[in-house]
Design a protein. Structure first.
Lengths: 305, 755
């Protein structure tokens, strides 16, 4: 038997979580997982759906404080996120389907800790931190330190993720997330990569952060790939070096979605593309959200690509 | 007279389905109803060493637990009677049913199913169709020779059915060729994946059984229940609420008898609703794995002179309707071409996998995919474009086909030309794009069918039909046919259908047959009512019945439209005397003659009644770095005879194309080493989504068939699923310089092939 409590206040929610209840927002991982037999529903659930204060997306200095209940649809449509935190908009826009994005939340996605999550690599390159709250306590933790394995986080029992903080991106920077997908909706990343690129005045890349999804037990950084491009123009040779280094950094598994060899190859491809698009955005070019759809289907016969 | 037929008409069941007010089998709840769960083998091959239901029966809330010991000892199967309702002694695939439970809640039923003590000693499994043919391969059925078999099924050991088509002298034909091209292709198994997983509700009232089932074939289901539970058919009634798709996956007789037996034992109504995983693993309806080896002799001028072919079709553990697949596959690796000399051998082979069965155009998409890529290879060998080679060799009016059938007026060549034209086949494309083209064919299936038409006192009509609607809209279009006969509107008619106690016998939503057969029956039935109306009008207006026409809701005298009477008034008059009531059935068209060919293992698949032809041209873009293929646009030209409702017809092509794209690129069932399905879920079995749907342009090449349905209509539900994958394969090969030889052509396989 599972009990379900709908929290009226954050304090109520924190008390319930402190007593061992599992928080639920959109339920798009929890419910689907239970119905698929992946994990039975926990004995106690606390619903966060009424805590509107956790759904706000608000400026925090030059950065953003994104409430844990902000939905993927909110992130995808938010003009500031599209403009300045583009990788996060790219990733949010790719999650599931419109109905998934209308219920799934950023906090849920982050705390579910899937290595294939679409918002994870963007948050890493954007240097995001989660705000974890327990009854009478609060701390912030970099997302890279949050994830400890597939479905595992460094959150203590009783801690609830209430927000994700994203600092102001450096001036002259742009970001992007690109994933390999076999279809255009209801898809999960075969591999995915996010990049944030900071351009110097001469068009060379002054700084770069690259994170990889679905190629290791958690989202990982690819420092070798980052170093491969710093100081260079985003030109073919340097981008090829990014791809090679990203492949090198990956530790993929073989599964139904792709073999180890295929993933190792394609993580390089998406990393290279993420850097390339991030650099274009850093240079002021407008690349539509999500970056994956930049070259779409549906060209009528006889029409131009 | 075709005033409303051929008009764009919105289907009668559309609003129910779109607004969610429609009821499906899983929505039914009866007083006192219990819930069923099934216990499955879980291993592909093994011997049952222990099956004890004592603990399960003792659980509170459990009303019945059944095994084969509780039901009649009847082997069944439409061609080969090789299976029982429940496994006894030996299990032959992971989804084979060993026991069934009825309990107060689904949760208790599941707990009880798991509490059944089942021990199975594993035996070596046959998972490879070619290994199954080895002399020393374990037999999937030790006692295969003792099974009862339909006439015409040729079998031996693990070969459940064998068929060959021979014409001319293939040795001599090959000897006369300038070049001989050989190819081998493998198609993985796939699934029908209807959105509604199957659901069954069974209820006994005394000795009378009613089963509500999500089946495509209610009358077959009635026969199956009656046969396996040893009941007269008159005591079994099958009702199908709205059916949430089928695509062939709900053809055949499935778990209705299990649930009926549970309901009888429990003395309560019982409902079974499948999970998505069960829908993947259990039914004897999987699109068959195929191994296809082709050899074509070609002259440098582009004339095909000979074809040799070998096809191995995976039957799985039991023979559902797949017995006719070898002959059908043989026809599809021959294809709609003039080939003077050919020999095709095809075998259906038992393995320890889920049984194969009719999924939309069985064997055709895979066979066409192999053949049409092979044709492009043949063309390349002689330095000719594939389109040109097809133009020189496809069947035209008066030609003899590969099985010796002489073709009447057909639109094959026009389909090819129009698909290529619509696609802009010759245009310059970016270097990551290509257009592939393919041709295909598919028969229409004649069968018995019947309908009643009656008019109410207010002039509205009712069509009572045995036909089954599986989403194609074919039953819905019957209203147009009746309306035309009676000078009425489609909206004037309601339909009583999908109920074996109401409608006459029908083969169901299978083989694209509804319009062809039931359409004819409805026209006949409505024609009888029309005749009654004319006679009644003749009395009323003191005119000759032969001069009465039925137009716009009125009966009137030809040439003097002021002398008329409303059909509603006539219906009111009839209510006081002889009722307006018609019935129709009529003999189905006979099979076309075959000359100059030999068919071994003939199950009627080598003669194509009212043959349908199609050509698809598909423009794709390849991401060369990853092997991901996007379909940018599809041009589909179809000769399915006269189109009766363009809205429904377009829907069939659009759905068939999308299903074809899925089969081409992403839909394939994966097995582990033991033969268990690994991707029996929608996350990992990747259907195309609406987001992946490209623009689809359609051309109708309407060559009416003299042996077709009303107004020369042919079938249409399956044909659009035949050629898409083949065209995509040819487009991919143009971009990477070689053909991907395994279906689906996943991104990883394309990438591997292009390295």
């Amino acid at each position: 038997m599972t009990t379900f409590t709908s929290a009226r206040t954050l304090d109520e929610a924190l008390r319930a979580v402190g007593d061992g209840a599992r928080p639920v927002a959109g339920g798009s991982d929890l419910v689907v997982g239970a119905r698929q037999g992946k994990a039975p529903l926990p004995p106690a659930l606390v619903g966060l759906e009424r805590l509107e204060e956790l759904a706000a997306i608000e400026p925090d200095g030059d950065g953003l404080r994104i409430g844990a209940l902000a939905r993927h649809a909110d992130l995808e449509a938010h003009p500031l996120i599209a403009a300045r935190f583009s990788a996060l908009a790219d990733g949010s826009a790719l999650v599931g389907s419109p109905s998934t994005r209308n219920v799934g939340t950023l906090g849920g996605n982050v705390m579910n800790a899937s290595p294939a999550m679409d918002t994870g690599a963007p948050l890493v390159v954007l240097e995001a931190e989660v705000e974890l709250r327990a009854a009478g306590a609060s701390r912030r933790l970099a997302v890279e330190e949050l994830w400890t394995g597939p479905g595992r986080t460094a959150a203590e029992p009783g801690e609830l993720c209430v927000a994700v903080h994203v600092p102001a991106p450096p001036a002259g920077s742009g970001s992007a997330y690109v994933r390999l997908e076999y279809r255009r909706a209801m898809e999960i990343a075969v591999v995915g990569a996010a990049a944030r690129v900071e351009l110097a005045g001469d068009g060379t890349i002054a700084a770069c952060r690259i994170a990889l999804a679905a190629v290791a037990p958690t989202i990982i950084r690819a420092p070798g790939a980052e170093q491969a491009i710093v100081g260079s123009l985003p030109a073919p040779q340097a981008l090829a070096a990014v791809a090679a280094a990203a492949s090198e950094a990956s530790r993929p598994l073989s599964d139904l979605r792709g073999s180890e060899a295929y993933r190792r190859h394609t993580i390089g491809v998406v990393a290279r593309r993420a850097v390339e698009i991030a650099a274009r955005r850093a240079g002021g070019e407008s690349v539509p959200i999500p970056a994956n759809r930049a070259r779409g289907i549906g060209v009528p016969f006889g029409g131009a690509a | 007279m075709a005033t409303v037929t051929q008009r764009r008409t919105i289907r009668a069941d559309g609003p129910d389905k779109v607004t969610g007010t429609g009821r499906y089998a899983a929505d039914l709840t009866l007083t006192g109803m219990l819930h069923a769960k099934l216990r499955y083998a879980g291993v592909p091959h093994g011997r049952i060493t222990r099956l004890d239901t004592t603990r399960a029966r003792a659980l509170p809330g459990v009303f019945a637990v059944l095994t084969q010991a509780d039901v009649p000892d009847v082997r069944y199967g439409p061609y080969v009677k090789d299976r029982l309702l429940f496994a006894r002694d030996i299990v032959r695939y992971e989804g084979e049913i060993v026991a069934a439970v009825a309990a107060l809640t689904p949760e208790i039923a599941q707990e009880a199913a798991e509490a059944i003590e089942l021990e199975i000693e594993p035996l070596p499994a046959v998972n490879d169709v070619e290994a199954a043919l080895a002399d020393d391969a374990p037999l999937v059925h030790d006692d295969w020779a003792d099974y009862e078999v339909e006439e015409g099924v040729e079998r031996s050991r693990n070969v459940a059915a064998f068929s060959a088509i021979e014409r001319g002298d293939v040795e001599a034909g090959m000897a006369s060729a300038d070049e001989i091209v050989r190819t081998r292709y493998v198609a993985d198994a796939s699934h029908a994946v209807p959105i509604e997983p199957r659901a069954i509700v069974a209820q006994w009232e005394g000795e009378k059984l009613t089963v509500w089932s999500s089946t495509q074939v209610p009358f077959d289901t009635r026969s199956g229940v009656a046969e396996t539970l040893e009941l007269p058919e008159s005591r079994v009634r099958i009702i199908v609420p709205h059916l949430g798709g089928g695509f062939g996956g709900k053809c055949g007789f499935h778990q209705e008898a299990h649930i009926a037996a549970l309901a009888r034992a429990a003395r309560r109504p019982v409902r079974l609703v499948f999970s998505r995983r069960e829908e993947f693993i259990v039914p004897d309806r999987r699109r068959e794995e195929m191994v296809i080896e082709l050899e074509t002799g070609i002259r440098r001028d582009g004339t095909i002179v000979a074809r040799r072919g070998r096809v191995i079709v995976d039957n799985g553990a039991y023979t559902a309707d797949a017995a006719f697949f070898p002959q059908l596959a043989a026809m599809h690796v021959a294809g709609p071409y003039r080939i003077p000399h050919l020999r095709i051998d095809a075998q259906l082979v038992y393995t320890h996998r889920q049984p194969s069965g009719s999924v939309r155009a069985p064997t055709a998409p895979q066979a066409c995919w192999a053949l049409e890529q092979h044709i492009d290879e043949v063309a390349r060998r002689i330095g000719m474009d594939g389109l040109e080679l097809r133009r020189r060799n496809v069947l035209e009016q008066g030609d003899d086909g590969p099985s010796g059938q002489t073709f009447d007026e057909i639109g094959m060549r026009e389909c090819l030309d129009r698909a290529a034209d619509m696609a802009g086949y010759d245009q310059e494309l970016p270097d990551d794009e290509a257009i592939g083209v393919a041709v295909g064919w598919w028969p229409s299936f004649p069968g018995a069918s019947g309908a009643y038409v009656k008019l109410n006192a207010d002039g509205s009509g009712v069509i009572v039909t045995g036909a089954q609607e599986c989403g194609t809209g074919a039953v819905m279009a019957l209203r147009q046919l009746a309306a035309d006969e009676l000078g009425m509107q489609p909206e004037d008619f309601t339909l009583v259908y999908q109920d074996t106690d109401a409608g006459p016998y029908d083969t169901g939503a299978t083989g694209s047959q509804t319009t062809l057969n039931n359409g004819r029956a409805v026209v006949l039935a409505a024609g009888q009512v029309a005749e009654q109306l004319r006679e009644l009008t003749a009395e009323e207006l003191e005119a000759d019945a032969a001069d009465i026409e039925l137009v716009e809701g009125h009966a009137r005298v030809v040439g003097s439209p002021s002398r008329q009477v409303a059909i509603a008034d006539l219906a009111g008059i009839a209510q006081g005397g002889e009722l307006l009531l018609g019935r129709g059935s009529g003999a189905p068209p006979g099979a076309p003659a075959l000359r100059g060919s030999t068919c071994i293992g003939d199950l009627g698949m080598a003669a194509f009644t009212a043959p349908q032809f199609s050509s698809h041209a598909v423009r794709i873009r390849l991401d060369r770095d990853t092997g991901v293929v996007r379909v940018l646009a599809v041009a589909a030209a179809h000769d399915s005879g006269t189109i009766l409702n363009p809205v429904g017809a377009e829907g069939q092509v659009e759905g068939g194309v999308l299903m074809g794209i899925g089969q081409a690129l992403t839909e394939g069932t994966r097995y582990d080493e033991d033969g268990r399905q690994r991707n029996a879920m929608l996350l990992e079995y990747k259907l195309q989504t609406i987001m992946d749907a490209p623009p689809i342009r359609i051309a109708w090449v309407e060559s009416p068939a003299p042996d077709g349905g009303p107004r020369g209509a042919k079938g249409l539900a399956e044909a659009p699923n035949v050629t898409t994958a083949a065209a995509i394969g040819n487009a991919i090969a143009k971009l990477i310089g070689r053909h991907v030889t395994q279906l689906p052509m996943t991104a990883e396989r394309v990438w591997e092939a292009s390295r």
